[in-house]
Structures are given as structure tokens and as C-alpha cells.
Design a protein around this ligand. Structure first.
Ligand code: QV4
Ligand code: CA
Length: 520
């Protein structure tokens, strides 16, 4: 069961970088935001749950694929080797099975759920040389379809169902190729077979029994919905050490659907949530003002402007693929490399009621753009000379060092996660815009945000819907003790307040909520 989190003092001093201890507001909110701790080691995830994510009101962590994968040496140890399983043994660059088990236990004990990224559509590349260059040392012979540690053999793959010359997916317009042929040469499993369904469900059930609360299902587009349904139907309920009797796994499925293909995300709605890639692509293009788009166009944000139904959507600004040009969204996607626009996009996502929100937490790499393509898009996590992943270091101001970006620790993003929890369930209201790129909206009587993405001053009195009082702006600072470390906003008794945002402000955003209200 989720333990009630009292307000906690964040010992790492996230305040103004002055080493001030930051006190999260009392847990009067419903945690709802997932953070993808991409490539983090299990021991670091466990510490982050205890020291930061629990007091910060995060709902859960998406962890990188925990299964044994091929060790790729050329290029040297790319991040994507983890999307090439060679067994379902639980040892990877993030740690051993015991470390995984320990982390799941520690995170659940403080009420932070774990969602595992599971790669179940395929095994490793058919072109991989036979051997035991794998993270646990298991032998495999991909060319022959032999993965004895599972076990899988040649008959457990779709070779007899794929009719393209290369054996790979050659056209996304052919739904049979997309499901039955190899995604970039990866051995494609035959999920219509009892043995394969049993092994996949067995792997997922082992994680559930360890305490995992759900899954990000990789490459879902490449599996038939009826096969996934058969597999999901075998999944255990969540572990009752931490979850109510009969709780079911929370599933969100990676299906890239920007339109233009016969396979639609809606085919998977009956099975769980679906990643809404249009979210980051469209919001990014609006914030970049591509084609004259402006923030006031977002008044109809949601199903009315072509997104999938909110209750089915896993919303995100960027993910581990498209932040490096691998997934969908192209140049519209905004990432940590452009922090001002990125925080505007994340703040909007966390303030808006649409979907289940996931925040990316990345690492820096030596990006080398040549004709718009990043030659180093393969680079793996910060690592030591022996190839092992570096621990995540936390600086005195609460930020991360050693190449870890920790967007989830950037104060405006951290504070907007709290905003999302405080306003959970509250409807969007009091929308205002200037017809350009200055907008504002409230969330019931609990929160209000103002964004200025125009090149001119925003200086306006607005109806916030909030109770009268003095509030701390949680973008320029936060409530600390009896005061505000950033701007203050006075809401008068009829809910109106005056907002001034200069286009040159560090972040042209202001946000207030009832947990950031000063005592009378
Ligand atoms: C190369 C050639 C192939 C050839 C093959 C032969 O490109 O044409 O057949 O060799 O062996 C890596 C390399 C890729 C290589 C492949 C196999 O980048 O060049 O193929 O390995 O050796 C990640 C990376 C891929 C990576 C893959 C496996 O993005 O670059 O491929 O891991 O290591 C579609 C899908 C969507 C998918 C997205 C990337 O619909 O589901 O493409 N997204 C998910 C994950 C993503 C992951 C995979 C799926 C595969 O988010 O991270 O791909 O698990 O849109
Ligand atoms: Ca497939």
C-alpha cells in the first residue's frame, strides 16, 4: 500500500542552489508523474526514490530494460544494445537481479512505483555473431535463432510469416510486415505460439512478483493486439506487499502513430495506455512557432486537436529515441539541449490535465550534428573506463553531475510535478490568451499558470479561480518556510491577480497553486 508521505525536507538542498534545504509541501496531492531514469543503475534509482522522488510526489520510475542483452562493441557499448535481449535473465548494465530486487523493494516502501521497459517483440539482431558477448555471459546464436537461456530456438521466430526479400520490415504500409518481419534486423518472436507467450508472460510475471507495478511495452506496434491480449491475460496481479489485493499492472504501449500508416494507436486502447507521440511533436512545433503557430492555438489542446483520448494517452515532450533523432517527431521535438523552451513545454504538459505525464531524465553525450544528423546518437550513458555505468552524483544544489542531466531535478520541473499532483482531477478553467503566444489557464480552484512566448511584455490582470491570498510563484522559486524564494502573487478575494512576465525573463512562466499559498 502507498505509504502516506508527510511533507519532507529534501536534504540535498534544491532551493536556490545555496544549499537551502527544500521542504516539499505536505502530501495533499495525488502523485501522478512518471520519470524515465534512462540508463540509471538500480542502486542509484533506489536512492533517488528515497531521497527525492517520494518527497517530491512522483508517481513512479520507468527503468531501462532489465534483461540480459548483447554487448555491442562497434560502436562501443551503445545505449541501444539494451533493446537487443539475449535472455530474460535480470542482469544488465544497470545491475544484478539482487540489486534490481532491492531497488524495487526500497522504491515501493516509500510509495514510488517501478514501471519496467520490457522488450518482448524480439531478441537481438540476426546479424550478431554467435557467442556469449552478453551482459550475463549467456551463450546465444542469433543467426540460428538459438537463445538457450530462455530457451528459444529457430521455430519460435516469425521467419515463416515474413515474405519480404530482406526478412526485415520494408514498408510500414503493410501491417503484416510490421508485425511479422524484423524491426531493423532484430529476430522477431512468434507470439502466436504457446511457448513464446509462456516465456514472455513468465518474464513479466517474475517482475510483477518482485513488486513492479507495470510496464512500458517496447515496439508494441510490431506485435498483434490479440497476441498481446493473450500475454497480458496471463499476468499476475501486483504484489500485495505494497498494492491492494487484485491490483492489475499499469501498461503503456509504445506505438508511434503520427498518422499516415495503417496501424493506429487505437488498436491497442483495449489493452492499456498508448504513447502519444503527437504530443511532443505538436507542442514542440507550437512553441517553436513553426508555420506561424502560436500558444493560443492550444486552447483546444487534447482530443479536439487530434490527440488520442486523454484517458488512453501517455503524454511526454521527448523520449530516449526522439531526443537523439531515433524515434518520431523530427526537428520539432524539444529536449534538454534547449532548456528555456524545454521547461516551457514540460511546464505546460504538467499544468494541463491531458493524459498521464512522463518526464524524461537524460544524460549528456558528445552530440555531433552533421547535416542535421547526430553522428554520436549511439553514445551510451556516462561510463567508467571498464564500460560500467557511472553512479549518479548529486551536487550541493541538488543538480546532478558526471554527465547526468536530471531534468526531473530542475526546480521549475520539480515544482510543476508538485503542481500536477495538487491539481490532479481538477478541470481546466479560466483560459485566457492574447490571440498570440501569451496564455493562461487554471485547474479548478487549486492551480493557475501563465506563459509568455511572445516577444512583448505580458502585463495583465486575470481571473485565477483561486482563493484570495498571497502565493509563491513556483517557477522563479518556491515557498520556503513562511516566505517565497521567488516572485509573489497576490490573489484578491474575487480571484483576480496581476501578472507581469517580461520576454527576457529567465523563464517566461509563472505558476501558483494552493500548496504554495502563504499563511494569512
Ligand atoms: C542495422 C540496419 C538494419 C539491418 C541490421 C542487421 O539498420 O537495416 O537489418 O543492422 O543487423 C540498432 C542499430 C541499427 C541496427 C540494429 C540491429 O541502430 O542500425 O540495424 O541495431 O543491429 C533502438 C534503436 C535502434 C537500434 C535498436 C536495437 O533506436 O537504432 O538498432 O534499439 O539495438 C520504430 C518502431 C519503434 C522503435 C523505433 C526506434 O516502431 O518501436 O523505430 N522504438 C523502440 C525503442 C527503441 C528501440 C526499439 C524499439 C527496438 O524505443 O529504442 O530501437 O527495440 O519506429
Ligand atoms: Ca513482431
Amino acid at each position: 500500500m502507498k505509504k502516506v508521505r508527510a511533507g519532507s525536507v529534501l536534504a540535498v538542498g534544491l532551493g536556490l542552489g545555496l544549499g537551502l534545504a527544500y521542504t516539499f509541501p505536505p502530501s495533499t496531492r495525488r502523485p501522478s508523474t512518471i520519470v524515465h531514469l534512462f540508463e540509471w543503475r538500480w542502486s542509484d534509482v533506489a536512492q533517488e526514490c528515497e531521497r527525492y522522488l517520494a518527497p517530491g510526489g512522483f508517481d513512479g520510475v520507468q527503468i531501462s530494460p532489465p534483461t540480459e542483452n548483447i554487448v555491442v562493441t562497434s560502436p562501443p557499448r551503445p545505449w541501444w544494445e539494451r533493446y537487443q535481449p539475449v535472455s530474460y535473465d535480470l542482469c544488465s548494465r544497470s545491475g544484478t537481479e539482487q540489486e534490481l530486487r532491492d531497488m524495487i523493494c526500497r522504491c515501493n516502501n516509500v510509495g514510488v512505483k517501478i514501471y519496467a521497459d520490457v522488450v518482448i517483440n524480439h531478441m537481438c539482431s540476426a546479424g550478431a555473431a554467435a557467442g556469449s558477448r552478453s551482459t550475463c555471459g549467456s551463450y546465444f546464436n542469433a543467426g540460428a535463432g538459438e537463445f538457450p537461456s530462455v530457451p528459444y530456438s529457430a521455430c519460435h521466430f516469425n521467419d515463416d510469416k515474413c515474405f519480404t526479400r530482406s526478412g526485415n520490415i520494408e514498408s510500414y504500409q503493410d501491417i503484416h510486415q510490421v508485425r511479422n518481419c524484423r524491426l531493423v534486423g532484430l529476430r522477431d518472436l512468434a507470439h502466436d505460439q504457446e511457448h513464446v507467450r509462456g516465456r514472455v508472460a513468465g518474464y513479466m510475471n517474475k517482475l510483477l512478483d518482485m513488486g513492479v507495478a507495470g510496464f512500458r511495452v517496447d515496439a508494441s506496434k510490431h506485435m498483434w493486439p490479440e497476441d498481446l491480449k493473450a500475454i497480458y491475460s496471463r499476468l499476475h496481479n501486483l504484489n500485495t506487499t505494497w498494492f491492494p489485493e487484485g491490483s492489475r499492472p499499469f501498461i503503456y504501449q509504445e506505438v508511434i502513430d503520427l498518422g499516415g500508416e495503417p496501424i493506429k494507436g487505437s488498436e491497442y486502447f483495449g489493452l492499456g495506455l498508448v504513447t502519444e507521440f503527437k504530443y511532443g511533436a505538436k507542442l514542440g512545433s507550437v512553441i517553436r512557432k513553426l508555420g506561424g503557430q502560436k500558444l493560443s492555438d492550444l486552447k483546444s489542446w487534447g482530443e479536439d486537436c487530434g490527440l488520442m483520448p486523454s484517458e488512453k494517452a501517455l503524454a511526454f515532450i521527448d523520449n530516449h529515441d526522439n531526443q537523439r533523432g531515433h524515434g518520431a517527431g523530427g526537428d520539432a521535438i524539444i529536449t534538454f539541449w534547449e532548456p528555456r523552451m524545454y521547461q516551457m513545454a514540460v511546464a505546460f504538459m504538467l499544468a494541463h490535465p491531458y493524459g498521464r505525464a512522463r518526464v524524461m531524465s537524460s544524460y549528456r553525450w558528445d552530440r555531433r550534428l552533421v547535416k542535421g544528423k547526430d553522428e554520436n546518437d549511439w553514445m551510451g550513458p556516462p561510463s567508467l573506463p571498464d564500460g560500467s555505468t557511472k553512479p549518479v552524483s548529486i551536487r550541493s544544489d541538488g543538480s546532478c553531475g558526471d554527465g547526468w542531466v536530471c531534468e526531473h531535478r530542475w526546480p521549475p520541473i520539480r515544482n510543476m510535478v508538485v503542481f500536477r499532483g495538487v491539481t490532479a482531477g481538477e478541470p481546466l478553467c479560466n483560459w485566457w490568451d492574447n490571440g498570440g503566444s501569451q496564455i493562461a489557464f487554471g485547474r479548478g480552484g487549486r492551480g493557475f499558470i501563465v506563459i509568455n512566448n511572445d516577444d512583448c511584455l505580458l502585463d495583465v490582470s486575470l481571473q485565477t479561480g483561486l482563493p484570495g491570498g498571497t502565493y509563491c510563484d513556483i517557477i522563479s522559486g518556491q515557498r520556503e518556510g513562511g516566505g517565497c524564494s521567488g516572485k509573489r502573487v497576490v490573489v484578491d478575494d474575487d480571484g483576480k491577480a496581476h501578472f507581469t512576465i517580461h520576454p527576457s525573463d529567465l523563464l517566461p512562466i509563472m505558476a501558483i497553486h494552493t500548496d504554495a499559498k502563504l499563511p494569512k
